[in-house]
Design a protein around this ligand. Structure first.
Ligand SMILES: Nc1nc(=O)n([C@H]2C[C@H](O)[C@@H](COP(=O)(O)O)O2)cc1CO
Ligand SMILES: [Zn+2]
Length: 161
């Protein structure tokens, strides 16, 4: 008889997005994204970080003050889109731990992605998120919150030698 405790598609793709987030060097907010085709094939992943060549050790990670991360950091969603190097994202879905900002929403819409699945909407009250939802509503890009059936998924690297 088959296993019953396997993870569902949503848990799998959000899990991949959250594993990608573990690569982020942002001390405050680590965001990961996973782009999936209509037929559930992973097309790309991304996490928030500085562009190639902009060292994590030279650029600032601060949220406030003279020099902040904000002008430099590439959001997880945009990185995931750009990591496809121009591959078609027509009718794809994007799984992302945090609701996309207005700039990423523009890129999501223009890339052909049709659905956003998110976990947290902690910036729901901000102008950026409101603009993002307005544009996605107009463009017919669906968005839904992922409600996990489990609190944690554990990866165990210990294998029999
Ligand atoms: N959807 C998002 N994807 C992202 O990759 N980010 C990134 C940009 C920053 O590196 C970090 C947010 O920083 P903070 O303001 O929570 O310290 O998360 C932020 C958002 C929020 O819109
Ligand atoms: Zn963004």
């Amino acid at each position: 008889m088959k296993r019953r405790d396997y993870i569902c598609w949503d848990e799998y793709f959000m899990g991949v997005a959250m594993l990608a987030a573990k690569r982020s060097k942002d001390p405050n907010t680590q965001v990961g994204a996973c782009i999936v085709s209509q037929d559930n094939i992973i097309l790309s992943t991304g996490y928030n970080g500085f562009p190639v060549g902009c060292s994590d050790d030279d650029y600032p990670w601060d949220r406030e003050g003279e020099q902040t991360k904000y002008p430099f950091v590439v959001h997880a969603e945009l990185n995931a889109i750009l990591n496809t190097r121009g591959k078609s994202l027509e009718n794809a879905k994007i799984y992302v731990a945090l609701f996309p900002c207005n700039e990423c929403a523009k890129a999501i819409i223009q890339s052909g992605i049709r659905e956003v699945v998110y976990l947290s909407d902690k910036y729901a009250h901000t102008d950026g998120t409101l603009a993002s939802k307005r544009m996605m509503d107009s463009a017919g890009v669906k968005y839904r919150r992922f409600t996990p059936s489990v609190d944690t998924i554990t990866l165990d690297f210990r294998v029999e030698q």
